[in-house]
Design a protein around this ligand. Structure first.
Ligand SMILES: C[S@@+](CC[C@H](N)C(=O)[O-])C[C@H]1O[C@@H](n2cnc3c(N)ncnc32)[C@H](O)[C@@H]1O
Length: 244
């Protein structure tokens, strides 16, 4: 099986050689960082249409999590285009964090469309180092389709636990690896080296539920759903919450 994966990887590599050469020369990443927000703006609308009721159900739990101020301090990790804002209840004070500043234009548009929320600031940083945010300063952290792209899910989850107050909640919706040994998993392995470049660092074969289990939250609820967009090689999605 391993030999077949390598052979097919080589084939895909050769078919996409210009992309890999550009990546090698450092020319691909700036291009990707610029086009990816446009791609996400389209994909997020499509996936929100399919996931609307599930996201509404998940994020309806935010309401009871207000801190002493009466507001919910909410960190949108890897905020992208702000695709989740429409699902948040009134009374949230949102801090956005994303390493890609090219998302800001889309984020500003989503903020204008969702005036029921208060917006604190847009922090350009990686989730692995959120030192601009104080310990225990967040009632809620939201991560949707982000842990596939970060360099270290483990470090990001450590940071998420640090910025959450005791009893604060991480809500997540992430795509994960297909079952090991399946044909779908084989194709994910074949496409991974190329997909990483197309999808701005996205990993198709991450077992993110293991990182969540290892992250020492006091409570973890996870359920699995099929992917909302069938023609992409991304696998099943996990949705749920982790309580600090
Ligand atoms: C697939 S997009 C998802 C955007 C948004 N959360 C959504 O659901 O539409 C992945 C996002 O994660 C961001 N990202 C990538 N690496 C990151 C990191 N190390 N820390 C935080 N965000 C990161 C990307 O810039 C991008 O906005």
């Amino acid at each position: 099986m391993d030999a077949l994966v390598r052979l097919l990887q080589l084939l895909v590599f050769l078919l996409t050689l210009p992309l890999h050469l550009m990546a090698l020369l450092g020319l691909w990443e700036p291009l990707c960082k610029t086009y990816f927000p446009y791609l996400m703006a389209v994909l997020a609308v499509k996936s929100n249409r399919v996931m609307e009721s599930k996201k509404r159900e998940l994020f309806s739990q935010i309401k009871g999590l207000a801190g002493a101020s009466g507001k919910v301090a909410l960190l949108e990790l890897g905020s992208g285009t702000g695709a989740n804002f429409q699902f948040y209840p009134t009374g949230c004070k949102v801090t956005c964090l994303d390493p890609n500043p090219h998302f800001e234009k889309f984020l500003t548009r989503s903020m204008a469309e969702n005036r029921h929320l208060e917006y604190e600031r847009f922090v350009v940083a990686f989730g692995e180092d959120m030192s601009q945010l104080a310990d225990g300063s967040m009632d809620v952290v939201v991560s949707t389709l982000v842990l596939c792209s970060v360099q270290s899910p483990k470090r990001v989850l450590q940071e998420v636990r640090r910025v959450l107050r005791p009893g604060g909640v991480l809500f997540f919706w992430e795509h994960v690896a297909e079952p090991c040994g399946s044909w779908a998993f084989l194709w994910q392995q074949v496409l991974q080296p190329t997909w990483r470049h197309i999808g701005d660092g996205c990993h198709l074969t991450r077992e993110t539920w293991r990182d969540l289990e290892d992250a020492q939250f006091s409570e973890l609820q996870v359920e699995q759903h099929p992917p909302p967009i069938k023609w992409l090689p991304v696998g099943p999605h996990i949705m749920g919450k982790a309580v600090k």
